[in-house]
Design a protein around this ligand. Structure first.
Ligand code: AMP
Ligand code: FE
Ligand code: FE
Ligand code: ZN
Length: 276
């Protein structure tokens, strides 16, 4: 079976609805996906509503904007109960923070002489997590930049003049919330340098690291994989698809590569019912 344990929908900063993402996943030959929107589980039920007809298992997930050593750390919660109070609580706080942050980013852009208003930032219908990609889209629409990437590079990416930090909970708190909601905590897209923190975060409760993903050289993937295993972390794999190219299903992991994680999640190849 082919799997992808990290993807986004229009409920956060993806370009495709949860329903479309599920259909595209099945059509591309994936048997299991985790819907992991930024700071919301709102897309899970919508993707699941499609999953029986598609013979697709949908793992309930979230990508929590957390803080570690003063910087942003994205923490995946896989197999969480979407409506658990631990989740709805942190989602409420983070979504309020996201709206305030967009206001702060817009204020900084205006100070840089760019004519943009908060109302120019228009996330899609059903969105629960407005963010920088929506600001980038507004800057494209206003003709300030040609591509969203240019907006990140020149204005809103980390280190750029209109950058505002995420301000999410400490990663240890985020890990505890994922556990409370019955999920498995996974460090999303860690860099090679991040690997030196695997052991310490493992001791703080972190369960896994996303060491399998596109665009990693074989050497980098092996180094991350070794570091994760040495720290006793589960290995996860996901494309972090946001709705564009390459298409969903182009990249995937096999069950063999993430067997212990799937076992922890209670999902197996022959059990395609939704797991919590
Ligand atoms: P936010 O959640 O508002 O902080 O936005 C984070 C999202 O913006 C990430 O998940 C990516 O989708 C995108 N992003 C962040 N940094 C960059 C960057 N330097 N270039 C392009 N996209 C980025
Ligand atoms: Fe994103
Ligand atoms: Fe991320
Ligand atoms: Zn992501």
């Amino acid at each position: 079976m082919r799997l992808d344990l990290h993807l986004h929908t229009t409920c956060s900063d993806g370009l495709r609805s949860p329903e479309d993402a599920a259909a595209l996943a099945a059509r591309a030959g994936l048997g299991l996906i985790a819907v992991t929107d930024h700071d919301t589980t709102a897309g899970v039920a919508r993707a699941r509503a499609r999953s029986p007809e598609l013979d697709l298992t949908v793992i309930a997930g979230i990508e929590i904007s957390a803080t570690f050593a003063g910087a942003d750390l994205h923490l995946l919660g896989l197999g969480v109960t979407p409506e658990h109070p631990a989740m709805t609580g942190v989602m409420g706080r983070l979504q309020a923070r996201r709206r305030a942050r967009v206001g702060e980013i817009v204020a900084r852009l205006r100070k840089l002489g760019i004519a943009i208003a908060v109302d120019d930032v228009r996330p899609p219908e059903g969105n629960a997590a407005v963010g920088r990609p929506h600001v980038a889209q507004a800057l494209v629409r206003l003709g300030v930049v040609r591509q969203p990437q240019e907006a990140f590079d020149r204005f809103i990416g980390a280190g750029a003049p209109a950058y505002v930090a995420g301000g999410g909970p400490e990663v240890t708190e985020a890990i505890a919330l994922v556990h409370e909601a019955g999920g498995v905590s996974v460090w999303a897209h860690p860099s090679a340098e991040d690997a030196k923190h695997f052991a310490a975060l493992g001791e703080a409760g972190l369960d896994g690291a996303e060491t399998l993903r596109p665009n990693l050289t074989g050497a980098a993937a092996n180094a991350l994989d070794r570091a994760a295993r040495a720290a006793g972390l589960l290995v996860s794999g996901g494309s972090d698809w946001h709705g564009g190219n390459p298409a969903l299903g182009n990249w995937y992991v096999t069950e063999r590569r993430v067997g212990p994680l799937l076992e922890r999640l209670g999902a197996t190849a022959h059990d395609r019912r939704p797991v919590a």
